[in-house]
Design a protein around this ligand. Sequence first.
Ligand SMILES: *Cc1c(COP(=O)(O)O)cnc(C)c1O
Length: 475
Amino acid sequence: MRYLSTRGHADRKRFCEILLEGLAPDGGLYLPESYPQIAGRLAELRQVWATRGYADLAFEILKLYIDDIPEADLLALCRKTYTQEVFGSPEIAPLRRLEDGVYLQALSNGPTLAFKDMAMQLLGNLFEYELARRGEELNILGATSGDTGSAAEYAMRGKKGVRVFMTSPKGRMSPFQQAQMFSLLDENIHNIAIDGVFDDCQDIVKAVSNDLEFKRRYKIGTVNSINWARLLAQVVYYFAGYFQATTRDEQQVAFTVPSGNFGNICAGHVARMMGLPVARLVVATNENDVLDEFFRTGMYRVRVGADTHETSSPSMDISKASNFERFVFDLLGRDAAKTKALFSDALSAQGFFDLGQHPAFAEAKTRYGFASGKSTHLNRLATIRDTHQRFGEVIDTHTADGVKVAREQLQPGVPMLVLETALPIKFAATIEEALGQPPARPPGFEGLEAKPRKVRVMPADVAQVKAYITEHAAD
Ligand SMILES: *Cc1c(COP(=O)(O)O)cnc(C)c1O
């Protein structure tokens, strides 16, 4: 298996070469040259799921994309990652029925209680494995508004050869999220609270990464959602969800995915391209409806900072969807020149492109199965309240956006699987607003906010962040 760039760079790389990289050299995103087909193997994979479980299913899927890690090692990495101890149940991503035709697939029972653990935990083990094999080290520098940073820290804590420097906007994450991150006292984890907003953090990360000499000298890397290995790890739970919702391989299902950067649902697109019988992939957005606008009209219009709303499903508060280029590349018949013209030229010149009149646009729905919808704060509150009253279930704000949109897209006879992307305790204030009572705290998280903390506060100043990295990069 070789990987190419969506913008047409001539290089063809193997999995472990792109594992530690972000963007391709031409600014594109990596995708496999072709999607391995599983159409004739569904029964066999169902059997793997039923008898050997999630970790072995992950191995069977990952090995179709990874040919530069010996199979025995890859299997061991999958089995080390996907355990009941870490993910809270033997199914790892269990499915439960909400109402007729609507199911919730739990992806949020990992260490940080959001779906990002599903991929990040594997990434931590893959990084440690590959860095040891190369005899190298890596300093991960990131910016987070909540879920990504904590998932990365819990995945990398105690890992050999890896340090994490995670910037976050001071005082702007939920109290639970702050406590989760800052209570990590591991030597290789560094929390940096920036006096500013999330964009300031992102600008600092960009500025440091653009200093190529500094980047090379201090071996700076990232773990953002464009990383192909993260996306690949997410493909597995679409299969696990399908096998739990169906009994026969001719049956179809649909997924609704609370979306921000289009990473999660892009993994669903990959699963579907491999031949998983998925009737529909429904993109659910919040007030930041960049993606809903595209799937309704063909217009992709990135928002400026001032047009990006701070919402009660904050992990979906995006101004542009960083993985979206992968889907558009496929939609345009893998035309790299056209993809580059849209994402590099049109977006930087005018901030939008419009495929509304392009013959391929209709295929987003007809051939690729996409649909979309939007949910607002009031929808979110109403959905949380209704789900609690009728089913005794408390769902988080992002999942509520998914449930709201899913109900608008039901098709008779097709089970709709809504991905549960976080647990309610992470966004307790909104749950309390909706229900008049705080959500239950899962066992193991008692007293989290009172634990000792390790965090360095800094102004939004690139030089100070660099000095901090310089000081700690050799610890
Ligand atoms: C990251 C995140 C999302 C958005 O996922 P994307 O892959 O960026 O589309 C949705 N919900 C929660 C809780 C998240 O943490």
